[in-house]
Design a protein around this ligand. Structure first.
Ligand SMILES: Cc1ncc(C[n+]2csc(CCOP(=O)(O)OP(=O)(O)O)c2C)c(N)n1
Length: 108
């Protein structure tokens, strides 16, 4: 099973990684890490608003930077970071061969 997840919403469902480890579920989680609540920036644009620095800071997830590899490992799930689609594909292939949960932090 593949779980495709963005970093902002993953912050609301982090504990599900522990469930994956506890139940030994063969799930490949791919976190799309763009370090921000990007869709909400789009919402500002859609209503014609020009967000200031404070508003933009509220939508930024980069300070401090989240390490999804460490967060996953802390929940008992093996993990690795990918900075290219080739790396992501290699990690996916490795994960599919395993019966254990695995998380790929894909930097986008
Ligand atoms: C439980 C919950 N809390 C807050 C929200 C509000 N919310 C909607 S979209 C969003 C941020 C989405 O950011 P991310 O998941 O990183 O996706 P991106 O837009 O960057 O691709 C938030 C916080 C929500 N939908 N559900």
């Amino acid at each position: 099973m593949i779980s495709l997840q963005a970093d902002g919403s993953a912050m609301y469902s982090l504990q599900s990684l522990w469930t994956q480890a506890r139940e030994r579920l063969p799930v490949t989680t791919i976190i799309l890490n763009n370090s921000r609540y990007n869709i909400l920036i789009g919402e500002y644009k859609d209503v014609g608003a020009i967000p200031g620095r404070t508003a933009m800071n509220m939508l930024d997830l980069g300070d401090p930077a989240l390490s999804w590899v460490h967060l996953a490992q802390g929940m008992g799930v093996e993990a690795a970071r990918a900075t290219s689609m080739d790396e992501c594909a290699d990690l996916m292939a490795t994960s599919f061969e395993s019966t254990q949960p695995f998380l790929i932090e894909l930097m986008v």
